[in-house]
Design a protein around this ligand. Sequence first.
Ligand code: PMP
Length: 360
Amino acid sequence: MKDRVYNFAAGPSMLADEVLKELDEEFYNYRSSGMSVMEMSHRGKDYLEIFADAKARLSSILEVPEDYEIFFMHGGATGQFAAVPLNLLKGKSADYIITGNFSKKAAQEAEKYGTVHIAYDGKEKDYAHIPNQEEIRLNEDSIYVHLCSNNTIYGTEWKDYPEVKGKTLIADMSSDILSRRINVRDFGLIYAGAQKNIGIAGIAVVIVSRKLIEEADPMTPQILSYQLMEKHDSMLNTPPTYPIYVLGKVLKWIEDLGGIDAIEKRNREKAKLLYDYLDGQSFYRPHAEKESRSLMNVTFRTGSEELDSLFVKEAARQGLISLKGHRLVGGIRASIYNAMPKEGVATLVAFMDRFAKENS
Ligand code: PMP
């Protein structure tokens, strides 16, 4: 790790050393094919193996049921803000639970294609809170309920998902996919941009029940159509070949670590290090309510904008980079996704303690 920094960026974010080394080894001449993966035909034998391998690993790690499909799509998570309503709304209404910036963006996009009912909006609580069941008002006529499982900017995360009374639950898991165990069956559809927890920018992973695909609107623009994704196994056009290859490497790395339970254990230990420290001092003020805290994005501030910015600058000098909070909220944010090692978090905590003593 000598010549590498600890990168706390919210996304794109760090990749594990093991993954980078493997990518490096295979970069110029992939397994004696005489070419790089970037140069391969997406329909060639070598690439089809890479593609099938990534899909199979994702299916196995997340225990994706038989009656669900996995798609690798263009357009990141933002593409899915449109794809979900375009495929599923069909002029009807849906419930959106707003717990932060991205769930709001998803709702705004959906409003173009149907009626959106806001079942909860955490704005008054400065998005420091994840609602409990009583705070959520579902609409009788809605055909699905959309939420964002982890709020990257505010640092909050759902611990348990709400009861949606037989409706289809849809989740944007961009910033916590594969960070902890989930039951895929609790959701009709899950989507995530890959560039935080499972790879690099360029793809959205979509896991969707076959029932929803069957019901999807065939008039959806081709590139966002779940029916066409299924028909062409995500190869309606040239897929984002390199990001899918990197995804496969990240998934293999997770398997080598021991799978989803091992990665969850590691993530809980990392987050505990940071939250235990925050709870035992008074210099920094955590943003999220205790019960709503994210395992992935830890948000806090010193109470002074000057000190926040000095913190970010001095941390960078010590090789702890990208700790500045999102431009919408300011403050400090440490994104500690799957690839961040425990030592990175321990180094950050030691720096925080030193900084607090020097600036109290
Ligand atoms: N949802 C969440 C929770 C995110 O954190 C982000 C990106 N920060 C997005 C959606 C948008 O993702 P993309 O840039 O892949 O469109």
